[in-house]
Design a protein around this ligand. Structure first.
Ligand code: NI
Length: 166
């Protein structure tokens, strides 16, 4: 079973850059991993967490964008089937503490994923959920939101991060 790291990995940890592997069976081990990830995310607190951020290099994501933090969404092997529109939103990341910057992403996405029970589902998302899904799916491929900034802003963010860790 993939061991969940209780501490969220922080930039520039190279493990954040590893491409996550497909989950081949949705079983109790994976569900336990998702449960642990959700706990860590709520405690952080955050609205999304991807496997690589807790050193689980599998394509698993937990999200909850609800006010009450009572609507968890579990994504296993998620894919974006199509996207449309564009929106600029201020983003942050538990793995990139202290930095928030505006990022341009699709406004609406159609998602195909396995759910908590291993059933394939499809749904449409917009608003904050659409942003969060795109941000978390980036993590599965080893990408961070700061990669999507202009080189000027990225340089500024990296300098700030270096100062924080030194
Ligand atoms: Ni993130």
């Amino acid at each position: 079973m993939a061991k969940v790291n209780n501490n969220i990995l922080v930039y520039p940890d190279p493990r954040l850059r590893k491409k996550a592997e497909l989950v081949d069976e949705v079983n109790d081990d994976i569900r336990e991993t998702l449960d642990q990830m959700l706990d860590i995310m709520y405690k952080a607190p955050g609205i999304g967490l991807a496997g690589p951020q807790v050193n689980v290099h599998k394509r698993v994501v937990v999200i909850d964008v609800s006010e009450e933090k009572d609507t968890p969404l579990y994504l296993i092997n998620p894919q974006i089937l199509s996207s449309s529109g564009s929106e600029v939103t201020e983003e942050g990341c538990l793995s990139v503490p202290g930095i928030s910057e505006k990022v341009k992403r699709a406004a609406e996405v159609k998602v195909r994923t396995l759910n908590y029970y291993g059933k394939e589902i499809e749904f449409d998302a917009d608003g904050l959920l659409a942003v969060c899904i795109q941000h978390e799916l980036d993590h599965l491929d080893g990408h961070l939101f700061i990669d999507r900034l202009s080189s000027l802003k990225r340089g500024r963010a990296k300098k700030k991060l270096e100062k924080q860790t030194n």
